[in-house]
Design a protein. Sequence first.
Length: 202
Amino acid sequence: MSAAGTNRDWSKVDPFALGISGKIGSGKTTLITNLLKEYDFSVASYGAFFRGLAASRNLPNNRETFQSLTEEYLRDQNHNGLAAEVVKSSNWDGKKSLLVDGVRHIASISAISRLTHPLPFFVVFLNVPEETRISRIGKRDGLPPDTVKLHDRHESEKLVTNEVRSAADLIVSENETEAAIEKIFSFLGHIRRGEGDLGRSS
């Protein structure tokens, strides 16, 4: 079935796993929300996992809490253990296409790839202009630009910007969600026709 108003027929795309990455405010959640309007993907979310963990401990629902919990979890587990917990929380059946929201570490990429094998795993990095990103965060979270820039200096944010971006299979710079989805669909279509890399091996 084609998505309403488009020529995209996701049912004709071989099952895949797609990691969505980008800095805070780059539009990851908006992209996934709109992808779900087009097809019945499974979704695993690092953000949802840590929001649930914070709620279970009665901790504040903010960026500082999530960064602290990530550091704690990685000390006690590692990226393999964390990725396994996040994917498990999605109730993914191992067969249908999976979207992974919030890939923020280079080690997470290989960990997720092993978990989703034999499905090919690709990483998409959302690269929006800084002015757009900071404006979005201000409207969404009520944070002034200086606070956003302070969060950006956290080590995890630097890793997203440098390492994960460099490892991404596709960098999407389109500001409009429709254009971003079309670029992703086109990329996967090239893979299906054998015109690109078939993803990471386990």
